[in-house]
Design a protein around this ligand. Structure first.
Ligand code: CP3
Length: 343
């Protein structure tokens, strides 16, 4: 197996900078669209054979150095008892958002093997399929990002319901965060037991908070999840979007690898997190619309700057956009492999 990615996660020396891409499986790939033409998104996530098939597509087509389980961060939220739907226009929709204590009371802590058996089953299929290929990343939404969906009922602009609960009903907010944290720990434990070799926590919305709010209302739960998952000895990646303002706090999370979005220069980000962590990132997904030459220049710049970290995994600063030309994504992976070789 190509274990370059695993070795970088552990802080070991490697021959080249490994690359994988958030949302590497998805609508920009015609092969994904072909599978999706016959099933809706949630059914795809819940059908292990199909979820495994689309997980493998970018590994075979792009030659990335890691596979990421095909699923969604909101799958465990549905298993907690909420009704979830994906609409073409609005993205995820939770029909009865959680806004008070009794709604939090009603949330159940799911058992992944019982309540989401398709997730460990997909992982078991994938580990067999990936045996001679690349490592498998499992993932979960981080507690705060899950809380925003649960409270807002979907994606939001100002996160007012979330912040109002945080400020005006702090006890209810903490109670919800605790339940989500226990869920995340048990969900990721099940993924690791099924065979996930690395795990990533996605904190897509952490950057909508001030550093002071992040430190008080988010960091303790992330730290708890990471410290509980430590015992498995599997590397833990923590990605926060719009991270620039909160990185000094994010570094205290205890993660092995910290992922950055593209809005910060990677050199500055590395200075902020220090020498004890491996970093991941951070090309702007829209830069995949640059000419091949300009894209290569951006790749070289990030690779060069990434050298100052303890270790560097190349990635985008957020997910691949559905409109992205496949050839650009292929050119990106090729460029990272070409220019990321160490002497
Ligand atoms: O990265 C991968 O290739 C693995 C699969 C993956 C998906 N979602 C598939 C998906 C992962 C890791 C996620 C995580 C996820 N889901 C996050 C965190 C990362 C991020 O993007 O910030 C969030 C916030 C979600 C919630 C979510 N799921 C939204 C907001 C949407 C709608 C927007 C969109 O792109 O359609 C989804 C749907 C979704 N998740 C799709 C895919 C491939 C598109 C569904 C389709 O095929 O129609």
């Amino acid at each position: 197996m190509n274990d370059t990615f695993l070795r970088v996660c552990r802080g070991e020396e490697v021959e080249y900078t490994p690359v994988w891409l958030m949302r590497q499986a998805g609508r920009y790939l015609p092969q994904y669209q072909a599978v999706r033409a016959n099933v809706d998104f949630l059914t795809l996530c819940k059908t292990p054979k199909l979820a495994a098939e689309v997980t493998l597509q970018p590994v075979d087509i792009l030659g990335v150095d890691a596979a990421i389980l095909f699923s969604d961060i909101l799958i465990p939220v549905e298993a907690m008892g909420l009704r979830l739907a994906f609409s073409e226009k609005q993205g995820p929709v939770i029909s009865e958002p959680v806004r008070n204590r009794s709604a939090v009371d009603r949330l159940i802590i799911p058992d992944a093997e019982e309540d989401m058996p398709f997730v460990p089953e997909t992982i078991r299929i994938l580990r067999k399929e990936l045996e001679n290929k690349v490592p498998l990343i499992g993932f979960s939404g981080a507690p705060f990002t899950l809380a925003t969906y649960v409270i807002e009922g979907g994606t939001s602009k100002n996160f007012l319901h979330t912040k109002k609960m945080m400020f005006q009903h702090t006890g209810v907010f903490s109670y919800l965060m605790e339940k989500l944290t226990v869920t995340v720990i048990s969900y990721l434990s099940a993924q690791i037991k099924a065979g996930a070799q690395v795990i990533q926590l996605f904190d897509t919305w952490a950057g909508v908070l001030s550093p002071v709010e992040y430190k008080e209302f988010v960091l303790p739960y992330v730290k708890k999840a990471i410290s509980e998952l430590r015992k498995y000895g599997v590397p833990i990646i923590y990605f926060t979007n719009e991270c620039a303002g909160i990185l000094k706090e994010v570094r205290k999370s205890g993660a092995d690898v910290i992922g950055f979005d593209w809005r910060i220069d990677i050199s500055d980000a590395i200075k902020k997190v220090g020498k004890n962590v491996v970093v991941q990132g951070n090309l702007d997904p829209c830069e995949l619309f640059l000419s091949k030459e300009k894209l290569e220049d951006r790749v070289k710049d990030i690779l060069w700057k990434g050298e100052s970290a303890k270790g560097h995994i190349f990635n985008l600063g957020h997910g691949v956009l559905p409109e992205t030309p496949v050839e650009s994504v292929m050119a990106l992976v090729e460029a990272v492999h070409k220019y990321g070789k160490k002497e």
